[in-house]
Design a protein around this ligand. Structure first.
Ligand SMILES: [Zn+2]
Length: 320
């Protein structure tokens, strides 16, 4: 049995940082509901598909935008996730820190995109604020975290432990994992305990182009995803962590559905449902982690699949 974490980072962007108060109401609708002429392809669509297939998802919700726009929109997101019985956890994009209507940190800083840009004290304060915002919006207690853009470091784990968050899924060997100070440059691919927190690394693989790639719905084909899951099972790996976003089934302008990614999502739900005897969609709320002593090598996917994916990705341009 392989634990598959279908994770969705839930966040809202206003397309730059000017006039955000004017832009926010429409951005919220586009990013959360994803309304198009054909129907909704945002968060609710994802939740409905998961429900239809009896699958579990982990929704890492970014709450700092609420320090600008209030608790109500955050409560709407959390309410939606809970209505469908899915798991709310904490995501954080500190780009919002300097947009808050009240000071979040003792000193005012220029805009910084990564948690790792902040001191241990400031990370501890921001995570405490995030926990409070989620709780105030009805999200209850969170016990897992993911840093925005995977920009975390060792201090993030210390700050999480101080705030009683026991799981993290910010380590991504294709992003800042190797420079995070965790496991001194060794590639982490399976659950690992460090500084009071169990790290669940993003699943990454070598696609034959000599660079690692993470398993994201919008970035790899169904053929690659399924092949990698079967391979993980065969190699008796513990976890497989998939990344997605609330807006990932939409085009770049968030005004049209992207059929390629929608099909990948539907195919994945069908696949996980059909093969539930060997792939279990897991969450962190009831997680009793099995840690590994020896980290495996990165998964590999044949280059011909990479080539076909590249063609598929090019075909998505018609939705731009
Ligand atoms: Zn994010």
């Amino acid at each position: 049995m392989l634990n598959v974490f279908f994770t969705v980072d839930v966040e809202i962007w206003c397309g730059g940082w000017t006039n955000i108060d004017t832009k926010f109401p429409q951005a919220f609708q586009q990013y959360v509901y994803g309304r198009t002429q054909r129907g909704e392809y945002g968060l609710r669509y994802k939740l409905q598909q998961l429900r239809d297939h009896g699958l579990h998802g982990v929704f890492f919700v970014e709450p700092l935008f609420a320090t600008r726009f209030g608790t109500e929109p955050l409560a709407e997101i959390i309410g939606l996730i809970q209505e469908y019985g899915q798991e709310v956890q904490l995501h954080m994009h500190p780009e919002w820190v300097d947009e808050s209507t009240y000071p979040l940190l003792p000193t005012r800083l220029r805009k910084r995109p990564f948690m790792s840009d902040f001191s241990l004290e400031d990370q501890t304060t921001l995570i405490a604020e995030g926990i409070k915002l989620i709780a105030d919006a009805g999200g209850g207690n969170v016990n897992a975290f993911r840093a925005g853009s995977f920009g975390f470091n060792l201090n993030t784990l210390v700050a999480l432990a101080t705030n009683n968050i026991t799981f993290d899924s910010s380590y991504n060997a294709s992003y800042f994992g190797l420079g995070s100070g965790l496991a001194s440059g060794k590639i982490l691919l399976e659950p690992f305990f460090s500084n009071g927190v169990t790290e669940f690394p993003m699943t990454v693989f070598d696609d034959g182009t000599r660079s690692l790639r993470h398993t994201q719905l919008g970035a790899i084909s169904s053929r690659e995803m399924e092949g990698l899951m079967w391979k993980s099972l065969k190699q008796k790996r513990k976890t497989f962590v998939i990344l997605s976003h609330n807006f990932e089934l939409m085009n770049r302008r968030r005004d049209q559905a992207d059929d390629v990614v929608i099909n990948r999502f539907k195919t994945l739900c069908y696949f996980l449902d059909k093969n539930r005897d060997v792939f279990r969609t897991a969450g962190f709320k009831d997680m009793n982690p099995e840690l590994v002593t020896n980290q495996p090598e990165p998964l590999t996917s044949p280059f011909w699949k990479t080539g076909l994916r590249m063609i598929e990705q090019l075909s998505r341009r018609r939705y731009e």
